[in-house]
Write a protein that binds this ligand. Structure first.
Ligand code: HEC
Length: 106
């Protein structure tokens, strides 16, 4: 009996761990959209149609042909007129924004 309860407890604990680790580590496009609207939209435009001359047009997939890891480093260190976001946005937030901008090219 005790054994059964113990097994059930372990099962519940594992399920909860999986659930919470999933929600805290996976990229979140909804959150990414909010960050995009606060920090990127003035140059890269609504839906990724850039409004600043020379800014990557995410609507056409510009600048997105690289891994998430490369993009993270790029966004952290900036490129010419694109500001550096190291110290401004956490890694998790940048991954969220990357997940969001990847939804814009169609
Ligand atoms: C002040 C205007 C401005 C803002 C704000 C801005 N960008 Fe940019 N971004 C640019 C410009 C200009 C380029 C083109 C840089 C170049 O290739 O010379 C660019 C390029 C990029 C690229 C392509 C990089 C590459 O490897 O070619 C990415 C990705 C990007 N921006 C992401 C972002 C994200 C994410 C944000 C918000 C967190 C952001 N940018 C905010 C102006 C801006």
């Amino acid at each position: 009996m005790i054994d059964m309860i113990f097994k059930k407890l372990i099962f519940i604990l594992l399920t909860l761990t999986l659930f919470f680790s999933n929600t805290s580590f996976a990229s979140n496009t909804i959150n990414g959209q909010k960050i995009y609207q606060q920090h990127c939209v003035m140059c890269h435009g609504v839906n990724g149609k850039s409004v600043m001359a020379g800014a990557a047009n995410f609507n056409r997939g510009e600048g997105l042909f690289q891994s998430d890891h490369r993009l993270l480093e790029r966004i952290q260190s900036g490129k010419n007129a694109c500001p550096a976001y190291r110290g401004i946005l956490t890694e998790q937030k940048i991954y969220d924004v990357i997940a969001y901008i990847r939804t814009l090219n169609w």
